[in-house]
Ligand binder design. Structure first.
Ligand SMILES: Cc1cc2nc3c(=O)[nH]c(=O)nc-3n(C[C@H](O)[C@H](O)[C@H](O)COP(=O)(O)OP(=O)(O)OC[C@H]3O[C@@H](n4cnc5c(N)ncnc54)[C@H](O)[C@@H]3O)c2cc1C
Length: 427
């Protein structure tokens, strides 16, 4: 069993971007080489900025290369909750941004000829409890009436044509969601950013930021100091002690994925006949899809534990048991890959982006970052070019996690995990 993300293992070999001399200055320094950073670098460079991106490890080594590779519609909070918090017009603007984000990914893959298996397969939100199905009914009406978004409700019986499992009580089908091969996508976006003129420096962490009184920052990195007119923090759940302000605002939750052996086309199609992405409504839920070579990728939070090699294996064992509960026909299947990563959650479960103390940022995508990180990279390139209205998250601030002395170490997660597990058991 390989302990690396399937998406990175099956992408073309990434070029080596380490050891390059750092220029003395730049218009924009982007910190972090995931989808937020790469998209920001790409869009800012295309606007003519001299962009330098520094990445602590390798491009895609954070969440962007280790996710479920789903490019879906929708926010983490419900449309009704968004309306209650922000009022209908802002809720609609937010919802539209999440929807447009999938279009932005698609347009980029076409424009830059990024061959990454992008397909609009649709998303099945599957109901773990009968009452979840009833909530889906209300959500479907709300989406159609107030958000201009048509979805289809599938009863338990209808769902049999979509999923080789009797585990769920129905589903809400969104036709516009997509999936892609995120390893190939990250790789292609990095190349597109470089073609646009951005420089990418790998294995070069930003270690400290010093604000210059006349404007801009001195960015200290492992391999030199660079003077930047603007700096964009694109480090999400992987934010380290170089930027403690963000660590007080993010809760990093471990999420894990197992990938089966190749199942063959016929067996794969019996599991998910229309190749949809599947996301369940459990509190400690699952995300499920087929890979281009007919394996099943099965992800979830598993143990509410941080990701590291030993923890990933333990979480993989939990996921394998859960896989067999949902798809008993796979109880003997071989698992070829297991890995984990950190998902950046904000306290109020929406992403946050803007400017704080002169530093631009976008993070806290709460598990919806493939499309939103791409979208927000484009939006933040506009914001930094003098168009604050391009940011659909403007004015939301970035609330601290309201736990005394919290500094980014979420010691309380196992307790939250136990609570949510107990809630899931009451079926
Ligand atoms: C297991 C898993 C499954 C997921 N599934 C999905 C999914 O199916 N669909 C979806 O939409 N979202 C999913 N997500 C969430 C999504 O992957 C993230 O929201 C998104 O990738 C965030 O992108 P990013 O560029 O902001 O951050 P990241 O990709 O995490 O990149 C941050 C980068 O910053 C670098 N960095 C940190 N500190 C420094 C420093 N001091 N100097 C330089 N570089 C630094 C890190 O090395 C890292 O590469 C999942 C996440 C995980 C972990």
């Amino acid at each position: 069993m390989k302990q690396i993300p399937y998406w990175l293992d099956t992408a073309p070999a990434f070029p080596d971007r380490t050891g390059k001399p750092l220029p003395e200055q730049a218009d924009l320094v982007v910190i972090g080489g995931g989808l937020t950073g790469l998209s920001t670098a790409y869009h800012a460079a295309r606007k003519g900025a001299h962009v330098v991106l520094v990445e602590k490890d390798k491009v895609g080594s954070g969440a962007s290369g280790r996710n479920g590779s789903m490019c879906t519609q929708g926010i983490t909070i419900s449309p009704a909750e968004a309306r209650k918090r922000y009022g209908q017009p802002r809720a609609r603007e937010l919802y539209d941004a999440f929807r447009e984000a999938v279009d932005v990914v698609e347009e980029l893959t076409v424009k830059e000829q990024i061959d990454c298996d992008f397909h609009r397969v649709g998303r099945l939100g599957v109901a773990f409890k009968p009452q979840h199905f009833e909530s889906m009914r209300a959500k479907q009406r709300d989406l159609a009436d107030n958000f201009g978004h048509d979805t289809t409700l599938l009863s338990k019986n209808d769902l049999r044509a979509e999923l080789g499992s009797d585990y769920y009580h129905g589903a809400l089908l969104d036709p516009l969601s997509a999936h892609l091969h995120v390893g190939k996508y990250v790789h292609g976006l990095a190349e597109a950013a470089e073609r646009a003129g951005a420089q990418i420096h790998e294995r070069n962490a930003a270690t400290a930021l010093h604000r210059i009184p006349e404007g801009g920052f001195l960015v200290e990195t492992l391999h030199g100091t660079i003077r930047a007119k603007q700096v964009m923090a694109a480090t999400d759940a992987y934010t380290d002690k170089a930027m403690p302000w963000f660590r007080k605002r993010l809760i990093n939750v471990g999420s894990f994925v197992i990938v089966t052996e190749p199942l063959g086309e016929e067996r794969a199609r019996q599991l998910i006949p229309n190749n949809r992405v599947v996301v369940d409504s459990k509190n400690i839920g699952h995300y499920i899809r087929l890979t281009p070579d007919n394996r099943l990728a099965f992800g979830g939070r598993a143990r509410f534990a941080p990701s590291n090699p030993a923890s990933d294996v333990k979480s993989g064992d939990v996921l394998k048991q859960e896989l067999a509960e949902i798809f008993p026909q796979l109880s003997d299947v071989r698992i070829d890959y297991v890995w984990g990563g950190s998902v950046g959650f904000s306290y109020d479960r929406v992403p946050h982006a803007g400017e704080a103390n002169g530093l631009y940022y976008s993070m806290g995508y709460c598990g919806h970052g493939v499309q939103m990180a791409t979208y927000m990279g484009r939006a933040m390139a506009e914001v930094m070019d003098g168009h604050p209205e391009a940011n659909p998250l403007r004015g939301f601030g970035f609330p601290k996690v309201p736990v005394p002395f919290y500094n980014g170490t979420a010691w309380f997660l196992p307790f939250a995990g136990a609570y949510y597990k107990a809630k899931d058991r009451l079926r």
